[in-house]
Design a protein around this ligand. Structure first.
Ligand SMILES: C[S@@+](CC[C@H](N)C(=O)[O-])C[C@H]1O[C@@H](n2cnc3c(N)ncnc32)[C@H](O)[C@@H]1O
Length: 282
């Protein structure tokens, strides 16, 4: 398991950061020269990355609407939230359930400062700096426990963040800890780029991001496969249609972006009211 390096996340604008690279792909202005250079390099390998980032936000919107609406969830923890953009989790959740409480979590100090500035007058939404690689510390952070009651159902969101933890033991530790800690009736929603559709391209990207220092959770020769991502939902009841390429997850009225070219999967799982004797949950 990759060791936690707490100092790594401190603001260093010479090292590209996933949050600011994602911001660049989404047309934002909160990025530095190193982020733009890393993003441009990645675009030479996969010019579709901005389209995938936009598609990721569409999946996030549909999943959060489902969770706040049909699933009746009123507490959200968005881990690896990224820089504020259009259609943030609290905005989507509050459009359905104005009383919903949202905790944003990121390990990037700049992301946290931006979020805090944006949300300072919002009592039901907080932003905390914490590292997903230490899920026990994350869930007991006073900023989180002041807003979220973990004895009640909560939605844990891991959108486009677990690929930042290539080490499989560490990623499994994170998700297992979260699954066990949440109350029955809680949900886990996540998205994850995968290697199945274009393995050569994703292997090149994984190598580039790891070499740049953008990814901090260990090393791996390629992104996870769809089957490997499905295991993160062990012990949970998958909401229909299961783990699928994100354009296929409840597209509703939206015209799905090309699923054959969107190498990101997503899914939503619910912890059973009476958790079975499952090693993933006990
Ligand atoms: C690709 S961005 C995704 C942002 C947002 N969730 C989305 O779907 O648009 C990945 C985010 O995860 C954050 N991140 C990466 N590793 C992390 C870790 N170990 N703990 C907390 N956040 C992390 C990055 O700083 C970045 O903001």
């Amino acid at each position: 398991m990759a060791a936690l390096e707490p100092e790594r996340a401190k603001l260093d604008t010479t090292i590209p950061n996933e949050s600011r690279i994602a911001d660049y792909f989404l047309g934002g202005k909160d990025n530095f020269a190193a982020d733009r250079a890393a993003a441009e390099h990645a675009l030479t390998i996969a010019p579709e990355l901005p389209a995938l980032s936009r598609e990721g936000r569409r999946f996030l919107r549909r999943a959060v609407r489902f969770l706040a609406g049909e699933a009746g969830i009123r507490q959200f923890v968005d881990i690896g939230c990224g820089l504020p953009t259009q259609g943030n989790v609290h905005e989507i959740a509050h459009s359905v359930a104005p009383d919903a409480r949202v905790v944003y979590v990121d390990h990037d100090p700049m992301t946290v400062v931006h979020g805090q500035a944006l949300l300072q007058d919002n009592e039901r939404t907080v932003v905390i700096e914490a590292d997903a690689r230490d899920p026990a510390a994350l869930l007991t952070h006073p900023g989180l426990t002041s807003v979220i009651d973990l004895d009640r159902p909560v939605a844990i969101l891991l959108f486009a963040v677990l690929h930042c933890v290539p080490d499989d033991d560490l990623a499994t530790h994170i998700v297992t800890h979260l699954r066990k800690a949440i109350a029955p009736g809680s949900y886990l929603a996540l998205s994850h780029p995968v290697s199945d559709l274009c393995p050569e391209k994703t292997a090149k990207l994984a190598a580039v991001y790891q070499a740049q220092g953008t990814i901090t959770g260990g090393r791996r020769g390629n992104l996870r496969t769809k089957a490997e991502v499905e295991r993160f939902f062990d012990g949970l009841d998958l909401v229909e249609p299961g783990v699928v390429y994100t354009p296929l997850w409840r597209p509703g009225e939206e015209t799905p972006h090309r699923p054959d070219a969107t190498w990101v999967v997503g899914g939503v799982g619910r912890k059973p009211r009476r958790p079975r004797e499952h090693p993933a949950l006990t």
